[in-house]
Design a protein around this ligand. Structure first.
Ligand code: HEC
Ligand code: HEC
Length: 399
């Protein structure tokens, strides 16, 4: 009896520790997963109906890069999520294979398996399989164009030399595994395998303190300071508050208005004559129609942020220096002219943490050095994640 209750206590404690954002002894369970996690990462929570297997990752990897997955065979997931940009596309707003321009900036795919919600501001999108289906079938902005074309696209896979074998290996219990749902499950599994956990910042967590330069260490102190407040919204092992994982006690889902816009003038639904965001990008408000949700977006991970410019949900800030100096230090962005004119620092909907701060040029450099220490070159240059068709070049710094 004593041993049993002792075991129970350990299990509960591990759950609590990992819920606090730490690792908490993931080693034995992690050994059963076909992905590598350092001790300071919690175990991801994987849907029971879509276990993470090596065979499904291999299938998802090929599908992710295969242009035949779009209706006109002109683009794939990887067109908007390139490894050399930490799985984003370098554009302010993505362009789909049929030329449709997306309203938003492609998000980097870095540890997405830990996102409590997927996308910039979608409170309903919880799981990577749903995310893949949404991309396949989206009609507002055509991303892959599967709607009403499912069988045509699946037939391309059925007559291929490799796919029947890859699907059979990934779904060994199924007679006819080349289905819409199994494509989405494999894509979700590959996305879940995109773990980035070996940046200089992580090496410090594993005891190699010398991995951070003196400038990056000073930048780390700034990032985690009450003066700059960054860590309140971009905290935890994944530098994002909205995370969930195995053993999470409380699901954390946060959307915040960081003062990017404060368009002045009447806006439908808003009681005040200010605080508006550009049409189509109202953030959480689009789902709730609650005025206080205007402009609320998810604070995304800052891992690999050096490689994912331009920034914010609409790619409207070009560089990290501008993000710090012209946006956060002011407590919100000032747009002087044009249809979006207004001072984000005065927005009635901006988060109370957006108070601005004084920062010297040297401190900006230090903070940038810290953000650069979140770049994981072993992830960005991992040949196992690269384009198997050889179309998309690797980052020029890769060996
Ligand atoms: C046309 C460009 C485009 C294509 C093609 C595309 N994506 Fe995306 N992806 C985006 C954009 C833009 C977002 C942000 C969407 C939003 O917030 O509305 C995004 C977001 C995501 C996210 C959420 C990441 C996060 O941190 O929340 C995942 C996961 C994702 N895409 C996976 C995929 C997969 C898998 C495919 C292929 C099935 C794919 N994408 C194809 C542009 C694209
Ligand atoms: C009040 C919460 C909050 C605070 C504090 C905060 N951020 Fe953010 N951050 C956000 C949100 C929300 C977004 C996305 C906003 C959008 O796209 O409209 C974001 C976006 C970003 C981006 C762009 C991410 C991308 O993928 O495009 C960077 C870089 C960034 N923040 C860095 C910082 C730094 C550095 C600090 C400290 C000086 C900081 N943030 C403080 C909430 C916050």
């Amino acid at each position: 009896m004593i041993v049993r209750s002792g075991l129970l206590l350990v299990t509960v404690l591990c759950g609590l520790i990992s819920a606090c954002g730490g690792g908490g002894g993931n080693t034995s369970a992690a050994a059963q997963l076909p992905i590598t996690l350092p001790a300071h990462f919690p175990l991801p929570s994987i849907p029971a109906d879509n276990p993470l297997t090596t065979e499904k990752i291999a299938l998802g990897h090929r599908l992710f890069y295969d242009q035949r997955l779009s209706i006109n065979a002109a683009g794939s997931c990887a067109s908007c999520h390139e490894q050399r940009h930490a799985f984003t596309d370098g554009l302010a707003r993505s362009v789909g294979p049929t030329g449709d321009v997306h309203l938003r900036n492609a998000m980097s795919l870095t540890n997405v398996v830990y996102n409590a919600r997927q996308n910039w501001a979608n409170p309903t999108l919880t799981d990577l399989r749903q995310q893949a289906l949404a991309v396949m079938f989206n009609e507002d902005t055509i991303e892959l164009g599967w709607s009403n074309n499912e069988e045509q696209i699946l037939d391309r896979l059925r007559v291929d030399a490799d796919y029947p074998g890859l699907f059979a290996a990934a779904y060994p219990d199924e007679q006819a595994p080349i289905t819409v749902n199994n494509v989405a499950r494999a894509l979700a599994t590959f996305a879940a395998s995109l773990i980035s956990a070996n940046a200089p910042f992580d090496q410090v967590q594993s005891g190699q303190r010398e991995s951070l330069s003196a400038a990056a260490q000073r930048g780390s102190d700034l990032f985690f300071s009450e003066r700059l407040e960054c860590f309140h919204c971009h905290g935890g092992f994944n530098f994002s508050q909205s995370v969930q994982h195995d053993g999470s006690v409380i699901e954390t889902i946060e959307f915040k208005n960081n003062g990017l816009y404060n368009i002045v003038g009447p806006a439908p639904g808003l009681p005040l004559n200010r605080g508006n965001y550009p049409a189509g990008n109202h953030g959480l408000y689009e789902f709730t129609e609650n005025p206080s949700d205007m402009g609320k977006f998810r604070a995304p991970t800052l891992r690999n942020i050096e490689l994912t410019a331009p920034y914010m949900h609409d790619g409207s800030i070009a560089t990290l220096r501008e993000v710090i100096v012209e946006h956060y230090a002011r407590g919100g962005r000032l747009i002087e002219d044009g249809p979006d004119a207004g001072d984000g620092a005065q927005s009635p909907y901006a988060d109370p943490l957006m108070i601005g701060f004084q920062i010297s040029d040297r401190e900006v450099d230090d903070l940038l050095a810290f953000l650069h220490a979140l770049t994981d070159w072993s992830f960005v240059c991992d040949p196992q994640l690269a384009d198997p068709f050889g179309n998309i070049p690797m980052h020029q710094s890769c060996p």
